[in-house]
Design a protein around this ligand. Structure first.
Ligand code: CMC
Length: 428
């Protein structure tokens, strides 16, 4: 018999069904509670509220487990490629050799971006933040793909929009970078795989032959895989809630990009490097900055530390820390900021404040150091997170549509003024 939870309010008892997931996590289904009792539940910040049932990503914050479609992140980061992981997230299974070939081929047919999109680039101030540009440009793609606005799209059209998004995202990201340097943009080359093509468009110069460094390609694949999905986080929830109103896929993903921009979410990778640079310029005294992070009268937080769900360790951080050491060694980079990061981590992990609150380094603590070693400027880091997260957002959007989820519309507890009579402006 399935488990039932009981809620007692006054002298009445309500039976609430208990739902169990495939990894045995349990939830109390309160979807009929208001109809039955007149009460709603309140959970500001959704710390304890499941918004959906999902079969994409599983994470266990206590044990530090992360799996995409059942496959452990450690195996995918070690053995897979970003584009294979994208296929897995979106379609639910690892592709066969032929499926992967077809997927890559279709993507390569759509990497070109409408030339008129370049006029948007001209309009942005050259130093405007890449995330603002990315969010606007992805939203603008709807204007160039008006079929995406039609209601009741066929699975074939939906799939085409998905392919276009993945294909054009890498071109747009590379163009944003080129614009920041005042350099001519590069066009995609179909002979390259997705990640190599992205690196080619980003780093190649008209003046010389681009040399592909397998170390860089492998590091980039790993970083993108680690960022590819993370279940119902701020940006994924945003994508699902915007998409639930039947807004088109470009608008939904653009909203996700805006959510990711914030320094408490994806923007943390930029904030970490800026923080480490500041500590370096200040003489490298990590104790002083740890004390600042603990001081409740100081708004400073140790960026790259803490996570809403991981309360033991972030498995992505473990992989990335190792990758960071390997890549810096292979590229022969000696970055002082890395030693400050390591010192900071060591001190924080033993400090009562951080231990008590279960604050550990998250994925963003080390990712910026790798991006920097690969040659990306700091304000591009969050855009790279978005490039990696795109398949996850798409998978979340697609699942929400396929499950025919209703429009997302939370309730509230109103705490404002009650009845008041309008007073004439002269009497206020
Ligand atoms: N430095 C210092 N204190 C912290 C930090 C930190 N980085 N993070 C949390 N705390 C403290 C916080 O002040 C609070 O203390 P108290 O209980 O005394 O009031 C306690 O720990 C719990 O914090 P919270 O803000 O209630 O936790 P949350 O689950 O709402 O926030 C977080 C999670 C990630 C927003 C937060 O830990 C944070 O701001 N971290 C820094 C930003 C960061 O690195 N974000 C990237 C997250 S991973 C990438 C992604 O998925 O987007």
């Amino acid at each position: 018999m399935s488990e039932i939870a009981q809620l007692k309010i006054g002298d009445k008892t309500y039976d609430l069904p208990v739902i169990e997931g495939t990894e045995h996590e349990k939830a109390i289904d309160i979807s009929k509670l208001r109809d039955q009792s007149g009460y709603i539940t309140l959970d500001i910040g959704y710390k304890n509220t499941g918004a959906t049932k999902s079969a994409i990503t599983f994470l266990d914050g206590e044990q530090g487990i992360l799996k995409y479609r059942g496959y452990p992140i450690e195996q995918l980061a070690e053995k897979s490629s970003f584009i294979e992981v994208a296929y897995l997230l979106i379609y639910g299974e690892l592709p066969t050799e032929q499926q992967l070939k077809d997927f890559q081929y279709q993507i390569s047919r759509h990497t070109l971006v409408h030339e008129d999109m370049k006029k948007f680039f001209d309009g942005f101030p050259s130093k405007s933040h890449p995330m603002g540009q990315l969010s606007s440009l992805i939203g603008a793609l709807a204007a160039f793909n008006p079929e995406s606005l039609e209601p009741g799209l066929s699975p074939e059209i939906i799939n085409l929009e998905i392919i276009k998004l993945i294909a054009k995202m890498s071109t747009i990201v590379s163009w944003i970078y080129k614009k920041s340097l005042g350099q001519k943009v590069n066009y995609p080359q179909n002979k390259y795989d997705y990640v190599t093509n992205f690196l080619y468009m980003t780093f190649s110069q008209v003046t010389e032959e681009y040399e592909i460094d397998p170390v860089v390609v492998s590091a980039m694949n790993k970083l993108l895989i680690l960022h590819a999905d993370h279940e119902q986080n701020c940006s994924a929830s945003t994508v699902r809630i915007v998409g639930s109103s039947d807004a088109n896929i470009y608008a939904s993903i653009s909203a996700g990009i805006s959510a990711l921009w914030g320094p408490l979410h994806g923007g943390a990778n930029q904030a970490v490097i800026e923080m480490l640079e500041k500590i370096k310029a200040d003489g490298g005294d990590t104790d002083k900055w740890i004390a600042k992070a603990k001081d409740k009268n100081d708004s400073f937080r140790l960026m790259g530390f803490g996570h809403r769900v991981y309360k033991n360790f972030d498995p992505r951080a473990k992989i990335i820390k190792k990758a960071c050491d390997d890549i810096l060694e292979k590229l022969g980079v000696n970055d002082e900021v890395l030693s400050i990061a390591k010192r900071l981590e060591e001190v924080a992990l033993q400090d009562e404040y951080f231990v008590q609150r279960k604050l550990y380094p998250n994925v963003d603590f080390y990712s910026g150091i790798i991006y920097r070693a690969l040659g990306f400027p700091t304000d591009m880091f969050t855009v790279l997170f978005a490039l990696g997260r795109l398949p996850g957002w798409i998978a979340q959007w697609k699942e929400m549509k396929e499950n025919k989820e209703p429009i997302g519309r939370p309730r509230q507890v109103y705490v404002g003024a009650t009845n008041r009579d309008y007073t004439d402006i002269n009497n206020r």
